[in-house]
Design a protein around this ligand. Structure first.
Ligand SMILES: C[S@@+](CC[C@H](N)C(=O)[O-])C[C@H]1O[C@@H](n2cnc3c(N)ncnc32)[C@H](O)[C@@H]1O
Length: 168
């Protein structure tokens, strides 16, 4: 009997995790391993402009900023922005700008590298925005989702989370 309750608890925990992560795009920070893959795929050059769409606590922004290029985060959650700004200030990184707001209200046209770790619904909306607004040659690194009809240049799994590199 106890085993059944344990299995049910595990099942409902997984359902809740899946719902929060994929439907609501709440804050699920990238692991160190994911960030390593993101940075490898980004292959940052000195003239790049790096965007993290839904930048959370700033952990990806910080890694990109260490490469001394302009880095922009867009994040709607005030508390996460406060944490990110505090961490960035402590590291004295002057090349990071964080925009408080909705990704879909912002102009992302200057980006040459875009990273996004969102819900499947938001990834779909983002695909449309990128198809309309972003210039050719921009690298898009998508964590956990895919763009319909686009073929990734690179793809790697970190545990069960896929990371894909697309070039527009
Ligand atoms: C899965 S977390 C990823 C955080 C960070 N990029 C990372 O990889 O560690 C997704 C983030 O996107 C933010 N977010 C979701 N929808 C957003 C929107 N429409 N505009 C701005 N931020 C959004 C959430 O608040 C959350 O911090």
């Amino acid at each position: 009997m106890q085993e059944i309750w344990l299995l049910l608890t595990l099942f409902f925990s997984f359902c809740l995790y899946y719902f929060l992560k994929n439907r609501l795009a709440v804050f699920f920070p990238s692991s160190k391993q994911i960030i390593t893959v993101v940075m490898e795929f980004a292959d940052i050059k000195s003239d790049d402009i790096f965007y993290d769409l839904g930048s959370g606590d700033g952990r990806i922004l910080i890694e990109a900023a260490k490469k001394k290029i302009p880095v922009v985060g867009i994040e709607k959650n005030r508390f996460l922005n406060w944490i990110a700004k505090r961490r960035i200030r402590r590291l004295n990184l002057k090349n990071v700008r964080i925009i408080q707001g909705d990704i879909f209200d912002q102009d992302i046209n200057e980006a040459t590298i875009i990273v996004a770790y969102l819900s499947s619904g938001l990834a779909h909306r983002l695909q449309k925005k990128i198809e309309k607004e972003v210039k050719k040659g921009t690298s898009i690194i998508l964590i956990d989702h895919s763009f319909k009809g686009w073929k990734p240049i690179k793809e790697r799994r970190v545990g069960f989370i896929p990371v894909r590199l697309y070039v527009k």
